[in-house]
Design a protein around this ligand. Sequence first.
Ligand SMILES: C[S@@+](CC[C@H](N)C(=O)[O-])C[C@H]1O[C@@H](n2cnc3c(N)ncnc32)[C@H](O)[C@@H]1O
Length: 424
Amino acid sequence: MATPSRIAVARTLHLVFGEGARVPDAWDAGLPAADAGLANALLGQCLRRWGTLQAAIRPQLKDQSRGLPLGTQVSLAIGLAQLAWLPGVSDHAAVNEAVDLATSREVGFPPHKGLVNAILRRAAKDREALAAGLDAMDPALDRSPFTRRVLQAALAPRGGGGVEALWRRLQAPPHPHFRPLRAEPLPPGLEPSEILPGAFHLAANAEFPAQWLAAGAGMVQDLSSQALLSFRWEPPVTRILDACSAPGGKATALGRRFPEARITAVERNPARARRLRDNLQLRGVQADIVVEDACPWLLRDGPSFDLIMLDAPCSGSGTLQKHPELNWLGDALDLARLLLAQRTLLEAALPRLAPGGLLIYAVCSWLPEEGQAHLERLLAGQPRFRPAAIWPAPMGTEDGPTSLFRPDPLTWAGEGFQAFALTV
Ligand SMILES: C[S@@+](CC[C@H](N)C(=O)[O-])C[C@H]1O[C@@H](n2cnc3c(N)ncnc32)[C@H](O)[C@@H]1O
């Protein structure tokens, strides 16, 4: 019988490759803490190296023209990934548990028990050679057409080049960054970031500060979001709109930075709005929460705002390091629908910007059509809106302060982001 951690990994791989679904946030929630580390490492390797693993299996099949059932692919990937990249797992556990998975009707394919057993026993004879062989295969095997386009887009502002370097960076497991929210001692192991004042990361082998986060004393927030929120803006801000606000990271930062301002936080997804409410309450941030689609809400009569944050729904193409499954799901994304949603939200938000106010549009994506292209069309069609250079030069692609936030993917360790700032 396979252990719960291997079964959880197998189920999650079925979700991604069978149903085209994202890895759920709490996919490992039911696992004992001692198993969650192994499960995360294993899932990460299977997702990041899925193309390589499947390509390595193919020459070992009698009939290479016939595709393997997903249950067999999953059992083999789990077995091979452990043998190649998880040296702490014994040969016996890696092989036998994968064979057990293959015999499960839910996550395996019982008729292929013998095939899985034979391939894994052969691989277990020389694990070093297996790892070296897999690592020598073409890294492009692990990149979908979507990802190839994303990498090109990310590197375009620096004139192209650097695909392999960027890919290597995105293949490393991500390191979370944190933002303290209270003036109290930090949990052991939180160290100041050398890149961004006010941001913290976890020292090697330090315990994840779960209690500190659960108490609302700090939050996890990617470096790019933290840098985005460190914008320079002097005019008074008394009314803030966060138009797409759950789970509330940016609303929290805005509430702390402008404590006198009244915040309206709109979120259309009721479950996410509940998370937003809980997060803001825990962190002591006051906001009027509106659970509604922001487009019709914005188009109704209502107040104008000195600061509008539009953190729009997007492809998430800048989050490939944290969400490796996106590599395999990106080609099926309905990008046209997302672009329309972004454009509709922007056009609905602009009339609600008070004279002299600031609108920040942001997406965690490198694709130019989700960011820069909206800006260009908007400036051409509505010349009364002007770019506001609110971020320091290193965050953009120009020499001076910039209105287009687009950190360089090879020298900046945060997620891929594009944002622009406008005033009227
Ligand atoms: C990128 S996330 C926002 C993250 C958030 N600003 C933060 O920093 O924690 C986008 C959010 O917008 C919500 N959303 C998408 N379309 C929306 C719409 N038309 N109106 C309101 N909320 C929307 C999504 O449900 C999602 O929670």
